[in-house]
Write a protein that binds this ligand. Structure first.
Ligand code: FAD
Length: 258
């Protein structure tokens, strides 16, 4: 979490949402970046933490900590909070029993071959997939709950603003029309594949983890259909079954030790 906080502005505000319009332009590339929308950040934070409390299948101490953050956020009367007060709740300075975040950062499944590869953005995708699958398995409140919480998190807090712009464009295009929990898991899967396709061969690609259309046949042979007019096809019901299994809470090692 400290990684994420380093990229945040000084306060988190609630207030009238402002339109999300890219207004930062890189003069060399012409690339538009999504600005941080401070007016909406506190609402987005509350929504994201509530979704984590409901669906994150982590260790009990981490879940307890998330619950105490949620209780603190829900009890706030101010429309803005300082990062230092948020940090004290995350560090549990009030000493809520059995509630703590792990010390430091140690990537396991998202370990890159070099320190600048994978890590945090890989873990965000993985967490998002786990959340959509958990919402499906526990018959959560509805498809928009998790999707909009992710969208808000990326919009307000994801450090890579270019990535946030791209994600917001995909969300604006079709996220609102997702109607079921299964469709939400598939929406995220297919949008992640679009990003993989765009980034294949880019400098940010870890050579040991090439960007591919996922899951590859070695991981899920039955997910791949016959080619139609030379085009690859997916068997979406098989992909859904695979996502359910691959991102299920049973596969998370709560007592992982190197
Ligand atoms: P990741 O793409 O991070 O994937 C993590 C793991 O998820 C993979 O190892 C695999 O096990 C699994 N996986 C892969 N594809 C799928 C899929 N389709 N469905 C389910 N699981 C899958 N970087 C940019 O340079 N430009 C961008 O615009 C950009 N946008 C991003 C938007 C978001 C919301 C996020 C979270 C990240 C974005 N990134 C972007 C970062 C980029 O997508 C990768 O996360 C980063 O390059 C690390 O890649 P990775 O090889 O660890 O695999």
């Amino acid at each position: 979490y400290s990684y994420a906080l380093q990229r945040l502005p000084g306060v988190v505000r609630a207030g009238k949402p402002q339109p999300v319009v890219p207004d930062v332009v890189d003069n060399t590339t012409g690339q538009q970046w999504l600005p941080f929308n401070r007016g909406k950040a506190l609402t987005d934070l509350k929504r994201y933490i509530s979704v984590l409390v409901k669906y994150f299948p982590g260790r009990p101490v981490v879940k307890n900590l998330l619950q105490s953050v949620e209780a603190w956020l829900l009890g706030l009367e101010d429309t803005e909070v300082s990062y230092s007060s948020l940090l004290s709740v995350l560090e549990n300075t009030a000493e809520v029993p059995n509630a703590v975040l792990p010390e430091g950062v140690r990537w396991v499944a998202c370990q890159g071959s070099q320190p600048h590869f994978r890590g945090y953005p890989c873990s965000v995708w993985t967490l998002f997939h786990v959340l959509t699958v958990q919402a499906m398995n526990t018959r959560g409140a509805g498809p928009q709950e998790v999707l909009q919480a992710m969208r808000g998190y990326v919009r307000s807090f994801f450090g890579c603003r270019e990535c946030a712009s791209h994600f917001e464009n995909m969300a604006a295009e079709s996220m609102d029309s997702v109607r079921t929990l299964s469709a939400a898991a598939l929406w995220l899967w297919s949008r992640h594949n679009r990003v993989n396709n765009r980034l294949a061969g880019a400098l940010s690609e870890d050579p040991l983890f090439p960007k591919i259309q996922w899951p590859p046949p070695e991981l899920c042979p039955s997910c791949h259909g016959v080619k139609l007019s030379g085009e690859h096809t997916w068997k979406q019901e098989r992909v859904l079954a695979f996502l359910k299994e691959h991102f299920s809470s049973d596969r998370i090692l709560l007592d992982y030790l190197e």
